[in-house]
Design a protein around this ligand. Structure first.
Ligand SMILES: C[S@@+](CC[C@H](N)C(=O)[O-])C[C@H]1O[C@@H](n2cnc3c(N)ncnc32)[C@H](O)[C@@H]1O
Length: 258
């Protein structure tokens, strides 16, 4: 199965809907030039003057937010539509960043020397092999460089009916868009994989990174799952049998000096 072709087609279609959504709210972004959440802003507190690689950048709002904070940003995404939109947004905001259309696994085959590698919210489920991904992440960092990821928690996926544990074959399914303007939008075929947190941590350690912090959050900054409640601005929670579900986790790791 050509999972890259399937997911590229899906993300091209989703992006066209996302850019018109209130969920992403591009007009407000153009004014604020910030789409980052406290989780990642606290983890990567000072990016000014640093080179930063953003993996799976979608149409670039987070990439441009890091650039606005002073980072020199390279951002990679599979979807040509997303990358075109990111370049247009960069021009509109007058915030430069280097946007590259590629599969992140292919892009990360070549070693580079970034100060920071960042990925977030809905990224790794599109990748079949988390060990290959982690080795790629490590190759992109200079010695002493920092990796940070904020990702949706796989416990939510389990409750939503997905496997918690990894299977080599993807779940292939029809999925709609998560933005509020999803009505009348065609569903897209997607191919996704589960990655339990232990697999992610082990893969990063095996790739030579030192884990600095691991946190779990009982909220999501996004209202993107069913039946979420807004606990306070920017914190959406979900309940399972009356208890808060872990919705996001964050991992910060360093590439040690040799
Ligand atoms: C949920 S979005 C990530 C959103 C992200 N938090 C942001 O900055 O907006 C997932 C992104 O992963 C991209 N993607 C999926 N598979 C990919 C791959 N193999 N290589 C690069 N990008 C990929 C999609 O095109 C999509 O833009």
């Amino acid at each position: 199965m050509d999972y890259l072709a399937i997911n590229k087609k899906a993300w091209d279609a989703k992006t066209k809907v996302h850019v018109k959504s209130q969920f992403y709210d591009i007009p407000s972004f153009v004014k604020s030039k910030n789409s980052l959440n406290p989780i990642e802003l606290d983890a990567l507190s000072d990016v000014a003057g640093k080179s930063l690689l953003h993996l799976q950048c979608h149409f670039g709002m987070d990439s441009l937010s890091w650039a606005h904070l002073g980072a020199t940003v390279t951002a990679v995404d599979l979807s040509p539509v997303a990358i075109e939109q990111a370049m247009a947004l960069s021009k509109q905001c007058k915030v430069p960043a280097d946007f590259i259309c590629d599969d992140v696994i292919h892009y990360m085959q070549q070693g580079r020397a970034f100060d920071v590698v960042f990925t977030s919210y809905g990224a790794i489920c599109w990748l079949p092999d988390i060990s290959i991904w982690a080795q790629g992440v490590s190759r992109q960092l200079k010695a002493g460089g920092t990796f940070f990821m904020a990702e949706f928690h796989p416990i939510y996926d389990l409750i939503a009916g997905y496997s918690y544990f990894h299977k080599s074959e993807p779940d292939v399914e029809e999925e709609g868009v998560y933005t509020e303007n999803s009505e009348n939008q065609e569903k897209q075929t997607i191919a996704v994989w589960s990655h339990p947190i232990s697999d992610v941590i082990t893969a990063l350690i095996d790739a030579g990174l030192t884990i600095q912090s691991f946190n779990e959050y009982d909220f999501s900054p996004y209202d993107c799952f069913e039946n979420m409640l807004e606990r306070k601005p920017g914190e959406y929670i979900a309940k399972h049998q009356g208890k808060n579900v872990p919705l996001v986790y964050g991992i910060k790791a360093i590439k040690p000096h040799a």
